[in-house]
Design a protein around this ligand. Structure first.
Ligand SMILES: [Zn+2]
Length: 173
């Protein structure tokens, strides 16, 4: 059993932080700034439509998307608290606290730097996943094309029906 505290109170340690926190603007990967894309339908017909990837609510497409940028660092910290939490240590410092199994505190700077690289690439993977999950909403495009076309067809049918009513009356009576 190693229930020995990993650090001592007041010990100077190296704290590793990494997070996908900064949002950065990038050219839209769907419309490339053109603000619209063209859908090729099954019959080969081409249908332009507003880009939904970079749209910002009622402002419409912007040609730019926000991407999470990862930042990571190794910070010098002082241990201020150590307590058992279940079968893990909760390590507190003057900056932040983590559980030991999160591997955020290190006695040596080299180990902290290695861990930073690891956490940095994990955070980048996460940022990429977040981005791709939004990118996959590109499926919405074909749904929108279908929706708008349906609406047009409906309105045209109604228009035709109203026109017919008027001309029909004239012709009959
Ligand atoms: Zn776009």
């Amino acid at each position: 059993m190693s229930n020995q505290p990993p650090f001592e109170f007041g010990q100077t340690v190296y704290l590793v932080e990494a997070s996908p926190n900064h949002q950065v603007g990038r050219p839209c990967p769907v419309c490339f700034g053109k603000l619209s894309v063209t859908i090729i339908l099954g019959n080969g017909e081409q249908q332009p439509i507003e880009c939904e990837m970079c749209e910002a609510g009622y402002l419409g497409p912007r040609g730019i998307v926000s991407v999470g940028e990862v930042s990571s660092s190794v910070i010098q910290a002082t241990i201020t608290g150590l307590e058992m939490e279940g079968d893990d240590w909760r390590i507190s410092s003057n900056i932040r606290s983590y559980r030991q199994n999160e591997r955020r505190f290190f006695a040596e700077k080299e180990s902290a730097e290695q861990r930073r690289i690891e956490l940095h690439s994990e955070a980048e993977d996460q940022a990429q996943k977040n981005f791709e999950s939004r990118f996959r909403q590109g499926k919405k495009h074909s749904w929108s094309v279908g929706y708008h076309r349906n609406q047009i067809r409906d309105l045209e049918r109604q228009l035709g029906w109203h026109r017919e009513k008027l001309t029909h009356k004239k012709a009959v009576k």
